[in-house]
Ligand binder design. Structure first.
Ligand code: ASP
Length: 589
């Protein structure tokens, strides 16, 4: 038997017992004639003691072991002389009688401690060692608890967990697909699902009524800090529902998860709902961080045409935020903000500021263009008080400028400590536009996806003014992060065909790519809708992480590579031949 107990469970009540533990050597200390070993496993750390006087040979053996050796030790539980109140086993230690080295270890490339000395790349290459660290393991445990709670709650509401295939057909609408060549069907390719969207809809046609799946999805997009080429969704779909039914069901699930997994009570009140247009107008984002105010104030009336500043006089949008108590910002701090808004990430042309001084007067970077009366009106419109700093952006595209102002708002929120990771502000953003125009593609694209239902009252505008059509789509947002999103779906083949037409598909192309869905709709499709949560994002939010990588056991790096497995990698010519594939010459990087 390798062990009678794990390394986290022995207490003062076990004193006198003979026990056997197995685990990894965290640390080894020699003091006088004694050798102390911290033995670690997933459950905790227990101190082992080897006493030279009692057993010189054993102590000698102990002195040969090193960090991360896997050992087995048998001995007696004894009360510790100097107790360690930082760990639950800190009252006891094991006086070792026999030691068995189960497996030696090379010196690990970084220390297996909470604050490790391993950089990102090294940690990823040796992820199995990184996962031995407490804080990384804790994220994986949290993820497990989260998934269990999801299953418990949805099962209690009669949802069925159903697996959908990973090898599916390519649907270029949306992100780029990962494709997989088929040996048995030369020249043909599977795609990995970007989401099980159409399959879950077919499950509704099949009468499953309520479906969910904790499922891997794959998107071949350029990576950002919080993106992974493969990620996990909690994917859900329900039949015979309207938007409010979905919102109520998943508000329930979300509150349950916060309570059960994060020990945080979101209260009984329903989540706030903002329309997409309102969210853009007030916060410049379809995922506003509502942990703090600093709402946008539109300043067109106040600043356009009321002075000689041509930048404002030519603007289509002028908006400001008020940073409380920041009037004292130094030149250097203001320059930092200006550089930030002008950076590639934000892309604004410049920043105008106005300080409200102690005597209530306004001192701004555009003083020479405006009369004191106009500047005073600015202060009043902004609702600014003594000591506040007003920050203003303008531009010739309202939503673009709003997005830039949103970045500035978030930065100021960070600087003012208003984005507390232990505070959670949830809301639904609803009434998304159905389409957005893509200059690149020269056509309308679905803002959510092509299976989303337009609002019934807007259907008549589909042909005449698609840009104005609103969708029955909703996103759940927490602390500026989109944690989930979904929609009521189209369940009528004719309406679905109309949407494909707006999206620029010929009837033949629509039939070729989505015929399976439109055909299914001919056989009694129930009204249905659903949503998907981003599991990785949700768990990182609960864990207070900056990147989703830290709650994924084996994540990819920023170039989409698994540096531990060295994937993706080249394959043998034989494999390519079997697949009937020829590679084009590859540019060496
Ligand atoms: N399939 C959608 C997505 O991946 C979610 C949904 O509409 O249910 O974003």
């Amino acid at each position: 038997m390798y062990r009678t107990h794990n390394c986290g469970e022995l207490r003062i009540s076990n004193v006198g017992q003979s026990v056997t533990l197995s685990g990894w050597v965290q640390r080894l200390r020699r003091m006088g004639g004694m050798t102390f070993v911290d033995l670690r496993d997933r459950y905790g750390i227990t101190q082992l003691v080897f006493n030279e006087e009692m057993n010189a040979e054993l102590c000698n053996q102990a002195n040969k072991i090193g960090r991360e050796f896997v050992i087995q030790a048998t001995g007696n539980v004894s009360e510790r002389y100097s107790k360690n109140d930082k760990i639950p086993t800190g009252d006891i230690e094991i006086i070792v009688e026999t030691l068995n080295i189960l497996n030696p270890s090379d010196v690990p490339p970084f220390t297996i401690e909470d604050n490790t000395d391993g950089g990102d790349d090294l940690r990823m290459k040796y992820r199995y060692l990184d996962l031995r660290r407490n804080n990384v393991r804790a994220n994986i445990e949290l993820r497990h608890k989260f998934c269990l709670a999801v299953r418990r709650y949805l099962d209690s509401l009669d949802f069925l967990e159903i697996e959908t295939p990973v090898l599916v057909g390519s649907t270029p609408e949306g992100a780029r697909d990962f494709i997989v060549p088929s040996r048995m069907n030369p020249g043909r390719f599977y795609a990995l699902p970007q989401s099980p969207q159409t399959l879950k809809q077919l499950l509704m046609v099949a009468g499953m009524d309520r479906y969910f799946q904790i499922v891997k999805c794959f998107r071949d997009e350029d990576l950002r800090a919080d993106r992974q080429p493969e990620f996990t969704q909690i994917d859900c779909e329900m039949s015979y529902v309207e938007q409010d039914d979905i919102i109520n069901t998943f508000e329930g699930l979300t509150k349950y998860l916060f309570k059960e997994v994060r020990n945080h009570d979101l209260g009984d009140a329903p989540f706030l709902r903002l329309s997409w247009h309102e969210a853009m107008r007030r916060f410049g984002s379809d995922k506003p961080d509502m942990r703090f105010g600093m709402e946008f104030v539109e300043l067109m009336e106040t600043l356009k045409g009321t002075g000689d500043f041509t930048v404002f006089n030519d603007a289509v949008y002028i908006g400001g935020i008020c940073a409380e108590g920041c009037a004292e910002y130094t030149r250097k701090q203001i320059d930092e903000l200006t550089n930030f808004v002008k950076s590639q990430q934000v892309g604004a042309k410049g920043l105008v500021y106005a300080r409200v001084q102690e005597d209530g007067s306004v001192k701004s970077s555009v003083d020479k263009f405006y009369s004191p009366e106009v500047l005073n009106r600015l202060k009043e419109t902004m609702g600014a008080k003594k000591g506040d700093l007003i920050l203003i952006l303008s531009g010739d595209d309202a939503n673009k400028t709003r997005r830039q102002l949103c970045e500035l708002r978030l930065l100021m929120g960070d600087r003012l400590g208003l984005r507390d990771k232990n505070k959670f502000a949830l809301l639904w953003v609803v009434d998304f536009p159905m389409f957005e125009y893509s200059e690149e593609e020269n056509r309308f694209m679905a803002m959510h996806h092509p299976f989303t239902s337009p609002k019934p009252s807007d259907i008549e505008k589909l042909e005449t003014s698609p840009a104005e059509v609103l969708a029955d789509a909703y996103d759940m947002v927490c602390n500026g992060v989109e944690v989930g999103g979904g929609s009521i779906r189209i369940h009528d083949a004719e309406l679905q065909a109309k949407i494909f037409k707006v999206l620029g598909f010929t009837p033949e192309k629509a039939q070729e790519q989505f015929g399976f869905l439109m055909n299914a709709f001919k056989y009694g499709a129930p009204p249905h809708g659903g949503l998907a949560y981003g599991l990785d994002r949700f768990v990182s939010l609960f864990a207070g992480l900056d990147s989703i990588r830290d709650c994924i056991a084996f994540p990819k790096n920023n170039s989409g590579r698994d540096v531990m497995l060295d994937a993706p990698s080249f394959v043998d010519q034989k494999q390519l031949d079997e697949l009937h594939l020829n590679l084009l010459p590859i540019e060496q990087k």
